[in-house]
Design a protein around this ligand. Sequence first.
Ligand code: NAD
Length: 296
Amino acid sequence: MATIGFIGLGNMGGPMAINLVKAGHNVKAFDLSQAAMDTVVAEGGNAAASAADAVTGAEFVVSMLPAGKHVQGLFQTGDAPLFDLISKDALIIDSSTIDAATAQSVSAAAAERGLSFIDAPVSGGVGGAVAGTLAFMVGATDEQFAKAKPVLDVMGKNIFHAGQSGAGQIAKACNNMLLSILMTGTCEALNMGMKNGLDPAVLSEIMKQSSGGNWALNVYNPVPGVMDGVPSSNDYQGGFQVDLMYKDLGLAMDLSQQSASSVPMGSAARSLFSLHKAKGNGGLDFSSVIKLYQDQ
Ligand code: NAD
């Protein structure tokens, strides 16, 4: 069993760290939020006094932070960069969703110091994080991937080696752009059915079993009351925040710009999330975008 420093114990990082604890690892957990720390400590994690404390002596460091600036600041460019403290034998696994360029530049800065930093963003939502069934998309060398896999296996079901440094983040941007299109499309169709008198549960079941079936319908229905245990049935609390989806769509737009890829559907979805966010819904789960249709 390994000593693992885990930084960022939010909606996703908390349950991921708990799964590492349950698998018998010595998890030194740190978050700026005491409440987030308490949740992991209650399950057997060790509270670290600081991010520096969490990584000191760790064989693996896992980070699950909001965005690229947090990752870069914490490890490389901040006042007390963790790169100064992490063992050269350790593997740093960043599972945050950040831009590929930052992931590559932090990885290169790590390599210059003889350290090993890989990108391993995830898909599967909070439910997948709790169940330990996340999909990991990893940007790493073969050797780094082989070293990370046993740790990732504890937190996920499908572990993909997307390519070299940054490739995991590129795969993630593609996936989340598609997710945003599927979610907004699902909201659009459900809203039209409801406006025409259909029961959303019945319509959801029909589309699930028909050619419109997709992830949003299968496990993340956006209409309150249709599905238990999803954010829509909990006032859109928890889950994957609109702010984070909006961030991810910004990453996808940057990527499309850099590669001259056409993304008309992704752009439309980004505009919808932008409008929804501007109405003050940034802290809600992203399936709340159905409100945008209902408010009109
Ligand atoms: P979150 O806001 O719930 O958690 C982020 C945590 O990081 C917070 O608890 C915050 O206090 C902590 N944090 C920020 N800066 C820190 C620092 N310097 N030191 C220590 N802790 C710090 O976000 P989340 O939903 O857990 O998402 C985390 C990442 O995972 C994001 O990049 C997101 O895009 C990605 N993601 C989220 C989901 C989802 O369904 N929520 C799914 C896949 C990927």
